[in-house]
Structures are given as structure tokens and as C-alpha cells.
Write a protein that binds this ligand. Structure first.
Ligand SMILES: Nc1ncnc2c1ncn2[C@@H]1O[C@H](COP(=O)(O)OP(=O)(O)OP(=O)(O)O)[C@@H](O)[C@H]1O
Ligand code: SF4
Ligand SMILES: [Mg+2]
Length: 359
């Protein structure tokens, strides 16, 4: 972790809607899956941004958009000032080299029929300009060494490795083109807890060694804490709270972040006894029918009338201009102290959805 203020990536108004269709032959469009619905963030050079949220909130879609594996419906992604969503041909290929992805599941993301050497060296087939043919074998061995694997393993196959080792292979492949940014989509979620820390420590070391900036995605706030400089909490296609790591963990102001944090395991038994657990009732609404106003309102114990009609902006709450709570939160009542209603965890009844356009 070595944060700097100079942004390498600036994401603004990012939207990805997938058409929702009915019928097999004549596909009739009946709505949209609003997977990503207006996301803004910046990533400083050398910084790690942790993106956290429940399953289906749009994390992987953001990852794919950043790596240009999907085209956005709207919005911009500026890499060193240039909007990469408008690039094509050679310029697009050059940018793709610089933003690489590490995938969630090392069991399915590595081709079982390819040797480790071929997997790690595969990016050179797509970007032959990155390394002269005669030098690729040497580079692959070097990459294996860098991620803590024996270079003699080049001729082995993925099934001969453990989960943690496979993720090291995936990381080596991600590094092959010497990218400036790595987007890691839940890189340790499929691994045993005992191995997770090792892989996170490896990513931490590589960041310093290769001057990398990371977008690190997870569904659990406890996983990203150690590695992240800043955190973005996602809910139903949007970032609802974002700030420096210590601000988010010590002074969360959005009810959703407060609920997520109340579920994070606490090692100290005394602290564990005294903390309040906020249980969210109900399920996450479908991204095809996002609630009007504040999208979190159907599960929020603080919700009131205004929340159904007015979309809260992601901004610093007025009373917190300074101090650890002075970070962006998309809640009309972020400045209110956290209160759980006396009758226990609560959430008002769902009162319908607007179902159209971002907002
Ligand atoms: N190609 C697609 N077509 C239609 N809907 C999609 C498509 N890809 C994703 N979605 C939907 O968009 C929403 C966001 O999906 P996404 O995979 O980005 O979520 P996620 O936060 O990564 O979830 P998880 O934690 O389970 O990986 C989900 O409702 C998903 O079903
Ligand atoms: S705006 Fe209203 S519904 Fe949304 S998080 Fe704040 S209190 Fe809850
Ligand atoms: Mg995902």
C-alpha cells in the first residue's frame, strides 16, 4: 500500500444495463437489468480501492467494464486522463495491456488442458509486442518465481496445484504484460481462510514491487481491510459510501455499511459482547426493479417518507465537514447517530419500485 493523490483512473457516471427480454424466437424487450447504475470513483496511483457489496450488486460488472471486457451503457472511465470507453482498435489494445484482471475462481479460470507455462505466457500471444518470442519462456519462469512458485513447474497442469497455488498462477498471468492496474475480482473468496492471507500478502508485496494500483473486489468487509487504502461500499449497482479505510471501519455513516460492519467477526471477546448486530430484513431487490428514491430504503431501519421520493447524493454530510466521518455517504440522514429501533432489527415494507432509468 503506497497511496498517492494522483488519479490513474477516474470513473464517472458508469452505467451498465442489460436488456431484459421475453420469448426465445422474437426476443421482446420488457425492461432492463440495471447491473451498474451510476458509479463514480477515482483510483490514485499506487493505491488500493476495495469495492465491497453483497452478491449481485454489480461488482463483477464494474470489473469487466474497467478491463474493457464489456462496453458501458453510459459514463466514462478515464485512464491517465483518456476516456477508454471511446477507444477502439490499436489504442484500445494498448490500454487493455495496462489494466489486467485477476479472476475469482482459480479452479475454473485456468484452462485445465494448458500447461502452467502456456497459461502464464498466454497474454504474449494476444500482445506479441510485449515480449520477443525468444524471451517469453524466460519471462514466464521469472513470473512464477515472483509469485512464489518453483519455475520448474512450467510443464505441469492446473490440477496438480492447490487452490492458493492456482491463484498464484492467475496472478502471474495478470502480471505478464506489466500492467499498471490490476482489477482483482474476489481473488481469495474461493480459497481456504488459511490461504487467503498468504495471497493477500503476495498482492501487497507485488504492489510495491511493480508499482501497481489495485481495484480489489470482495463481498466481505473483513477481507479488504488490510489491503485497501480506500473503500467503496456498493449496493444495487451504486456506491453508497466511500472513504479512507479507517473512516469507513471506524465511522461508517451509511446504514448499509453499518449493517455490513456489524457482521464482521471481532476477535476480542469483550468487544464482541458489546457490539450491536444489525440484521437486515428482506432480500436485496431485483436490479430489474430498483426502489424509487433511496435504493436501500426497503431494508433500511432509518427510512422515512423523504427516502422514497428523493435520491440521496453521494456526498459528505453537511455536519461532517471535518473529522473521520467526513467522507461521502449516500444517505439523507447520515449525520444521525446509528440507532437500531427498540423492537430490534427493522426495515419498512417495500413500497414499490420505479423500475426505470438510473436514479
Ligand atoms: N450478461 C448479463 N445479462 C443480464 N444480467 C446480467 C449479466 N451479467 C450480470 N447480470 C446481472 O447483473 C447483476 C450484477 O451482477 P454481477 O455479476 O456484477 O454482481 P456481483 O456483485 O459480482 O455478484 P457476485 O458477488 O455474486 O459475484 C446481477 O443481477 C446479475 O444477474
Ligand atoms: S436515505 Fe433513507 S433509506 Fe436511504 S440509507 Fe438513508 S435513511 Fe436509509
Ligand atoms: Mg462477482
Amino acid at each position: 500500500m503506497a497511496a498517492s493523490s494522483e488519479p490513474i483512473l477516474e470513473v464517472s457516471g458508469l452505467v451498465k444495463h442489460y436488456p431484459l427480454t421475453r420469448g426465445v424466437v422474437f426476443r421482446k424487450r420488457i425492461g432492463a437489468v440495471r447491473a451498474v447504475d451510476g458509479v463514480d470513483f477515482t483510483l490514485g496511483r499506487g493505491e488500493t480501492l476495495g469495492i465491497v457489496g453483497e452478491s449481485g450488486c454489480g461488482k463483477s460488472t464494474v470489473a469487466k467494464l474497467l478491463c474493457n471486457l464489456e462496453r458501458p451503457t453510459a459514463g466514462s472511465i478515464r485512464f491517465k486522463g483518456e476516456d477508454i470507453t471511446r477507444l477502439s482498435g490499436r489504442a484500445l489494445k494498448a490500454v487493455r495491456r495496462n489494466i489486467q484482471m485477476v479472476f475469482q475462481d482459480p479452479y475454473t479460470s485456468l484452462n485445465p488442458r494448458m500447461t502452467v507455462g502456456d497459461i502464464v505466457g498466454e497474454p504474449y500471444e494476444i500482445h506479441p509486442e510485449a515480449a520477443p518470442k525468444g524471451d517469453r519462456r524466460r519471462r514466464v519462469r521469472e513470473l512464477l518465481d515472483v509469485v512464489g512458485l518453483d519455475p520448474e513447474y512450467v510443464n505441469r497442469y492446473p490440477h496438480q496445484f492447490s487452490g492458493g497455488q492456482r491463484q498464484r498462477i492467475g496472478i502471474a498471468r495478470g502480471l505478464a504484460l506489466r500492467p499498471e492496474i490490476i482489477v482483482a475480482d474476489e481473488p481469495v473468496s474461493a480459497l481456504d481462510v488459511s490461504v487467503q492471507a498468504q495471497v493477500i500478502n503476495l498482492l501487497d508485496r507485488l504492489q510495491a514491487e511493480f508499482d501497481l494500483s489495485y481495484v480489489f473486489i470482495a463481498h466481505d468487509l473483513s477481507i479488504v481491510r488490510h489491503i485497501s487504502d480506500r473503500i467503496g461500499v456498493m449496493y444495487l449497482g451504486r456506491i453508497v459510501e466511500t472513504g479512507r479505510e479507517e473512516e469507513i471501519y471506524e465511522h461508517p455513516t451509511h446504514p448499509y455499511t453499518q449493517a455490513l460492519l456489524s457482521a464482521v467477526p471481532v476477535p476480542d471477546p469483550e468487544a464482541r459482547e458489546h457490539r450491536e448486530r444489525i440484521l437486515l430484513s428482506g432480500d436485496v431487490p431485483s436490479p430489474t426493479a430498483i426502489p424509487s428514491g433511496c435504493r436501500f430504503r426497503t431494508r433500511c431501519w432509518k427510512a422515512r417518507e423523504r427516502c422514497a421520493v428523493e435520491v440521496p447524493a453521494l456526498a459528505v454530510p453537511a455536519v461532517f465537514r471535518r473529522g473521520p466521518a467526513a467522507h461521502d455517504s449516500a444517505c439523507h440522514f447520515a449525520e444521525e447517530r446509528r440507532v437500531v429501533p427498540p423492537e430490534g432489527p427493522g426495515a419498512p415494507e417495500a413500497t414499490g419500485a420505479d423500475g426505470n432509468g438510473p436514479g
